[in-house]
Design a protein around this ligand. Sequence first.
Ligand SMILES: NC(=[NH2+])NCCC[C@H](N)C(=O)O
Length: 410
Amino acid sequence: MSEITRPIHVKSEIGPLKKVLLHRPGKELENLVPDFLERLLFDDIPYLEDAQKEHDAFAEALRENGVEVLYLEKLAAEAIDAGGVKEQFVDEWLAETGVQSQAMLKALKDYLLGMDDTYEMVLKTMEGFRKTEIEVEGGKSLSDLYETDYPFIVDPMPNLYFTRDPFATMYNGVTLNHMMSDTRNRETLYGKFIFDHHPEYGNGKVDRFYDREELTRIEGGDELVLSKDVLAVGISQRTDARSIEKLAGRLFKETDFKHIFAFLIGENRKFMHLDTVFTMVDYDKFTIHPEIEGGLKVWDITPNGDGSVNIKETEDELENILADALGQDSVQLIRCGDGDPVASAREQWNDGSNTLTIAPGVVVVYDRNTVTNRILEEAGLKLIKVRGSELVRGRGGPRCMSMPLQREDI
Ligand SMILES: NC(=[NH2+])NCCC[C@H](N)C(=O)O
């Protein structure tokens, strides 16, 4: 087992979790309104106070199991202060808001730079700005005038508590992702400033395998580090096959990965990421949603040794592919909803497959997915059940809401 000497150390999905990054849901959730939920990738409006209570309980459950919990908003503020880059951050944040009016841009910049507390400023950039919050000299811009029913100057970023997606950790580095939607791609700016300027995570201390300026998309919910040898990546509504090919060349050169399995899960909102339908819960156990099994295509990408890669469509059953690659005699696929079509559809929608493993066989789940939880326990897994009634309204579960920074090797 290699000692953890780097700020990022992740070589599995199941190694004992020692440090994790979360984002506590903030006022961005109070800028969700019914007419614009789809644009912001939400299906409902969480009650912030209860969402925060649920999130605090999630964080406490991790701490009680030996996990150090860090918060994205704090790391971002620390990075901005350490780098003395407050104005640079605001300029780059403004450039991605879509605001055209120079007068409005100046008013927003003055507002943010006028906030002495960088942490509070970071939270405000996450929350967004309502039109009622800012007055500008020199009158309204055209968009201010014709988009009269749109209540925001700057959109909130309500998906930030899904820290799994804007960047993904593996080995001693990250993929700083280019995300499908503008509303979420803006989130990756925080990661950029952390990995550029933070005293512990910046200035080259963290390897970078992908960058937010890349033209093809990849999101962390599609990236599963099955072992030090095997990475699984979904080809999904959020991740392009081209991104996986680019990433493969870099990872085979800079890490000890031997296989990258590309899972074709299709362009489906319900299955927006691979981890909504497939997660690893033990050395030889996985959750899976039955709807992706029939006809699932998996390609095995391996290095040729000269910088190029070989791509082969696998023919075998998924269980055998996984057992062979992970050096197990066999693996067990534990079906969400116990394979019952009604229960599995209901519980996948509420992230019954989206589990967070904090040690081999020890898994954080939403308490609400009772059928899936029962069969996980029957398979011998120890469950840490957390409430997710408000949190799940954003369509994410325990794995979505967490980004491992350090896991012990297995
Ligand atoms: N890793 C995950 N499954 N993340 C879930 C993200 C949910 C979020 N509302 C989105 O559509 O992006």
